[in-house]
Design a protein around this ligand. Structure first.
Ligand code: 2P0
Length: 326
């Protein structure tokens, strides 16, 4: 039976970078994210006996073979568990640019996990869904939940404890984010490849792993105390530490473009003027500004004047991934 799900993207406030097991996609560090209301993926899955193989329609077009194979391998996890062999028709739409450092794999694999589990008739708990979503993409484990979410690195070799938990729901603390799109091109180096190169070549990698623990503790405290300044400071620290780490790989990994750097300086300038605004960035050139909802319109107006910005997506905190009636 065809089932449809919607999941929101998320942006890490404490970043995940590096894997402790490539086959099961187990993260080397824990991470904490906020789920984003304005960025979502809508996916339907239909297991059908009349299909010669899995089919993926992504944003209205047949997907590339590589993407179709990645989705097929992910669906095998559900087929195995449900004891079915039918191929699936998967139709997925993002309401934001795909593959440009905007966490499309997070919302994509969370929505796919939820829809595939339901279509295969599997009764899956949110924890189990998170574990399965992680196999598609590490950050997808977090997009099962809304609000503030922590992904556990876990210790077990089978990955059953490498799952996300919700720290607080979407209504707990209404923060905002401005996503400044500097380029809509797909990134040159995917996260998985970037992480592997970093782990293999950066002399800083052990320090990154060791120092992540105190970042997670500090971020949990900032969220529990609704301390915005502290949350912003830790988020910037984790972000720049991750990008510094990536730069220390051989060859160096640089996800920023010229405009990214201009915008980082601009956010710092606005902060000196008294605005509460903090930067975070992922495996791409987009600059995300964490702010309070009451400051978002003024910050958007100021940042929107910078030459070269393609567009600004303002967003609130989003809710849980959910099934949608067909
Ligand atoms: C994060 N990123 O915590 C980090 C920060 C990007 C920078 O998780 O290899 O697509 O599929 O597990 O989840 C993006 O990487 O990586 C990511 P895989 P994923 O959000």
């Amino acid at each position: 039976m065809k089932k449809t799900a919607l999941a929101h993207a998320n942006i890490a406030l404490v970043k995940y970078w590096g894997k402790r097991d490539a086959a099961l996609n187990l993260p080397a560090v824990g991470s904490i994210s906020m789920t984003l209301e304005a960025l979502s993926t809508h996916t339907s899955v239909d297991f059908r006996d009349d299909l010669p193989g899995d089919m993926l329609i992504l944003n209205g077009r047949p997907a590339a073979v590589k993407q179709e194979q990645r989705v097929g391998a992910f669906l095998d996890l559900f087929r195995r568990e449900a004891g079915i062999t039918a191929a699936a028709e998967v139709v997925s739409e993002n309401n934001f640019p795909t593959g440009a450092g905007l966490a499309s794999s997070a919302s994509g694999f969370a929505a796919l996990a939820l829809a595939a589990g339901a279509a295969a008739g599997l009764p899956l708990s949110p924890t189990r869904l998170s574990e399965l979503a992680r196999r598609g993409s590490g950050s997808a484990a977090r997009s099962i939940y809304g609000g503030f979410v922590e992904m556990k690195a876990g210790e077990r070799s089978d990955g059953t404890d490498a799952v996300a938990v919700q720290l607080q729901n979407a209504a707990y603390w209404p923060l905002a984010m401005l996503i400044l799109i500097t380029s809509e091109q797909e990134k040159e180096l995917g996260s998985t490849e970037g992480m592997n190169r970093t782990a293999q070549t950066s002399p800083y990698y052990p320090a990154w792993i060791a120092s992540s623990v105190s970042d997670l503790v500090a971020m949990r405290e900032a969220i529990a105390g609704k301390d915005f300044q502290r949350l912003g400071e830790i988020a910037e620290f984790s972000c720049f530490k991750m990008h510094g780490l990536a730069l220390s790989a051989d060859p160096a990994i640089l996800y920023w473009n010229d405009l990214s750097v201009t915008l980082i300086h601009e956010v710092r300038r606005l902060r000196r003027q008294g605005y509460g605004a903090y930067v975070t960035m992922d495996a791409g050139p987009q600059v995300k500004v964490i702010c309070l909802p009451e400051d978002a319109p003024k910050l958007q107006q100021q940042l929107g004047q910078i030459e070269g910005i393609q567009r600004i997506l303002p967003t609130a905190i989003g809710g849980d991934a959910r099934l949608i009636n067909d």
